[in-house]
Ligand binder design. Structure first.
Ligand SMILES: C[S@@+](CC[C@H](N)C(=O)[O-])C[C@H]1O[C@@H](n2cnc3c(N)ncnc32)[C@H](O)[C@@H]1O
Length: 337
C-alpha cells in the first residue's frame, strides 16, 4: 500500500470522484468496481450533478423515465465525462488491474468507448440477467385523446394502435464492462510483481461451473441456475435504513471481487460507491477498500453498513495460499522498470 493511500484506505470519502481520485497514488489500486450515474431523473436532460443535488429525490436513474424525450447529446456528454473518469481510473490502477463498470443497455457503447479510449483493454462484458423489471413503454392513448377529431375517430385510432407502444422494451439485463489496464510484461511477470492481472477460476458459478460472463442472482429456472446463478441475495444484505434507489446486489459485487483480487492486500476502489455495496463486499472478503460518493446521506449509510459488516472470507479464497509473497519474497520480485 502506497503511503498517501493509507489515510483514505478502508474509508468512504464524501466528494466529487474526479477530484477525490486525484489524491490516490498512481499504480496502487487492484480493482475498480463501480456503478456510475447516467442521467438526471425528473425528465431533466441537462447533465449537471450540482443541479440534481438540489432536487428532491435526487437519485440518478439508469433508464429513461416514462415520457422523457430522447436527447442524443446525453450519450455524448456521458462519454465526455466518463472519459475523464476512466483516464483517472487508468492512472491509479496497477498494471494488469481490472476496471468493472456497470452500465445500461442504452449507454453501454458510450461507457465501453470511454473506457477503451482511456487506454484500457476491453476484456469482456458481463450480462447481469434478471426477469423482474417494470416495463416503461407507453401507449399513445393519452395523446390521441388530445387530437382535434371526433370521439369515434379517436376510438378507431386507439383500436388500430392497440398494443403499439413507445420503443422501450422491458429491460432484463445490465451490461458490465470488464476492462484491464495493460500488463507490465507477461501475465506471469505481472502477477508476480503486482499481484493482479489474472482471474481466479477456482471461483465457480451455478453448480460448480467455470466462471461465466452471464450472471443471475435470483433463481430463474433449473437450466439457467445451473450455469449462471451466483448466489441468492440474503434478506438483510441491503439494510432496512438504506434509502438509496439503485443498490447493487452484494453477491454480484462479491463475485467480481473474488474473481479478480489475488490477496488480502488487494485494494478495491468504488468512485461512485452510493450506499457502499462494493465496499461492504470487499470488507466481507477481507479485501481493502476505498469508496467515494458525492452525497453525504449515502456516505453515512455506507459507513453504517460497513460498521455492521464483519470479515467473512469466502471458503474458496481462504483455502488457497493467499499471497504470492508466500513463495517469492518482495525483495526477489522481478522488476520490469
Ligand atoms: C448508481 S449509484 C451507486 C449505487 C451503489 N452501487 C450502491 O449499491 O449503493 C451512483 C452514485 O454516484 C453518486 N455520484 C454522482 N455523481 C458523483 C460524482 N461526481 N462523484 C462521486 N459520486 C457521485 C451518487 O450520489 C450515487 O450514489
Amino acid at each position: 500500500m502506497k503511503e498517501t493511500n493509507s489515510k483514505i484506505l478502508n474509508n468512504i470519502i464524501c466528494g466529487d470522484a474526479l477530484i477525490e481520485m486525484q489524491a490516490i497514488e498512481e499504480n496502487s489500486i487492484d480493482v475498480v468496481l463501480t456503478d456510475p450515474p447516467y442521467f438526471l431523473d425528473k425528465m431533466d436532460d441537462s447533465w449537471d450533478y450540482k443541479t440534481v443535488l438540489n432536487k428532491k429525490n435526487h437519485y440518478t436513474v439508469k433508464s429513461l423515465p416514462a415520457g422523457m424525450k430522447f436527447d442524443r447529446e446525453q450519450g455524448k456528454r456521458f462519454y465526455e465525462w466518463y472519459s475523464k473518469v476512466s483516464v483517472e481510473v487508468f492512472r491509479l490502477l496497477k498494471p494488469g488491474g481490472f476496471f468493472f463498470s456497470f452500465s445500461s443497455p442504452r449507454l453501454y457503447h458510450r461507457m465501453a468507448s470511454a473506457v477503451d479510449d482511456a487506454g484500457f483493454e476491453i476484456r469482456d462484458c458481463f450480462i447481469w440477467l434478471y426477469t423482474q423489471n417494470q416495463a416503461k413503454a407507453m401507449s399513445l392513448n393519452h395523446f390521441i385523446d388530445k387530437l382535434a377529431v371526433d370521439e369515434a375517430d379517436k376510438e378507431n385510432l386507439k383500436q388500430k394502435l392497440d398494443g403499439w407502444k413507445t420503443p422501450q422494451l422491458k429491460s432484463c439485463f445490465e451490461p458490465i464492462v470488464m476492462a484491464q489496464k495493460p500488463t507490465d510484461g507477461t501475465y506471469l511477470q505481472n502477477i508476480l510483481a503486482q499481484e493482479v492481472g489474472l482471474l481466479n477460476t477456482n471461483i465457480k458459478i451455478g453448480q460448480e461451473m467455470f466462471p461465466s460472463n452471464v450472471v443471475s442472482i435470483n433463481e430463474i429456472n433449473e437450466e439457467i441456475d445451473k450455469v449462471f446463478l451466483v448466489s441468492k441475495p440474503t434478506k438483510d444484505e441491503k439494510a432496512e435504513y438504506n434509502t438509496h434507489q439503485t443498490v447493487k446486489p452484494l453477491r454480484l459485487c462479491e463475485y467480481l471481487i473474488k474473481l479478480s483480487t489475488f490477496s488480502k492486500d488487494s485494494v478495491v476502489l468504488d468512485p461512485f460507491v452510493g450506499s457502499g455495496t462494493t465496499a461492504v463486499a470487499a470488507k466481507g472478503l477481507e479485501r481493502k477498500y476505498i469508496g467515494i460518493d458525492l452525497n453525504p446521506e449515502y456516505v453515512e449509510i455506507a459507513q453504517k453498513r460497513l460498521g455492521e459488516t464483519s470479515d467473512r472470507q469466502s471458503p474458496q479464497i481462504k483455502s488457497k495460499p493467499a499471497q504470492l509473497g508466500l513463495f517469492i519474497s518482495p525483495a526477489k520480485k522481478p522488476s520490469f522498470a
